[in-house]
Design a protein around this ligand. Sequence first.
Ligand code: AFD
Ligand code: MN
Ligand code: MN
Length: 424
Amino acid sequence: MFIPGFKIDDHNDKLLKAHQRKLKMVSEEIRNAENIIEKLMQFQVAIPSWALGTGGTRFGRFSGKGEPGTLEEKIEDIGLLHALNRSSGAISLHIPWDIPRNTQSIKALAAQLGIRFDAVNSNTFQDQKDQSWSYKFGSLHHVDKKVRQQAIEHNLEVIEYGKALGSNAITVWLSDGSSFPGQLNFRKAFQNTLESFEEIYRRLPSDWKMFIEYKAFEPNFYSMTVGDWGQSLLYASKLGEKAYTLVDLGHHLPNANIEQIVSLLLMEGKLGGFHFNDSKYGDDDLTVGSINPYQLFLIFYELVEGMDERNMNHATDLGWMIDASHNVKDPLEDLLQSVEAIKIAYAQALLVDKEKLKAAQQENDVVMAQEVLQNAFRTDTRPLLTEARLRAHAAIDPLLLFRELKVRDELIRQRGSVKIATGL
Ligand code: AFD
Ligand code: MN
Ligand code: MN
């Protein structure tokens, strides 16, 4: 399915007046509105290929309808999102779920829809049917070199697929760990993992980045071999300048101060990428901003402040990706909401009066510091997002248009009800 430009124009014509009224109001309140709009137009968030189908839980999977059954259909789905919001012009692939069979036609399709290939992800947390050795007791950290070698080779293969598509980063998330005390020698597990990472890193193209994603628990419940940002940073520092830590918002123990983690990783030049989602308890993978939008804003403030400090380009110097997927919403609607929440928080972070905050910090004026932050958080930035979309020829209200055009019904008509997208 493809959304023709005139459908977007018709939709925008109907909503234009109301939008202009709201924009005028906020623009009068905000000193740098124009600058924020321009930044919002640049800012793109990559969509994970595994979030386009309905996610399952370990208790079951209630498959949605009209799910994309092939990589081409996944790219088409992201094309729909991008046509509606002009903010999701990238896809993050997971191998072997998304092996590109015909690189040239995949590239052409993506280019036609304005989509580029963000980080490619390896998968050594599941056994594949044709593989020689099992990952039951881990992959890159395994006690047996032949299992580690198999996992290393898989990662190298993922890099090759990424190269062919024009990607320039690999994200490695390991489920390696232990579920019972005594199962592992922690130091040995670390050293094996480091040695495996080194072999992959050595073969990383010179203009590529390697993102090391950490996670506190699950599927292993006693220890994870890349369990927190400290361990990820340790690997990344030992590996070299192309290795970075990747922060997934759902991968911390409850109440962790993620904004502080982000700030320090940026200070060290070691924050590489981001997986956005939201959670109440653990790796819940809920829609971004659905549970704790204030935390998201605080994280974004640290991102913006820390990136500015290092003269980084907000749009291109970090890998911005969503990693959210669950089983009760239409995945495409869910992703529209997530992208919107990310950009709202980004716009709010750009609003913070940095000078005033700095002065308050210097004076130990705790009250004023809170006022400055919350003032930005409580500003409705949505008209700025809408204006950015309008200028990029996207829809004023992407979710509304998605429903008006009955996109899901059309996808069901084309693909049927039974196809199941690859993913968890
Ligand atoms: C995991 C991690 C990681 C991985 C994904 C697979 O967040 O990003 O690639 O799930 O679905 O929990
Ligand atoms: Mn993740
Ligand atoms: Mn996760």
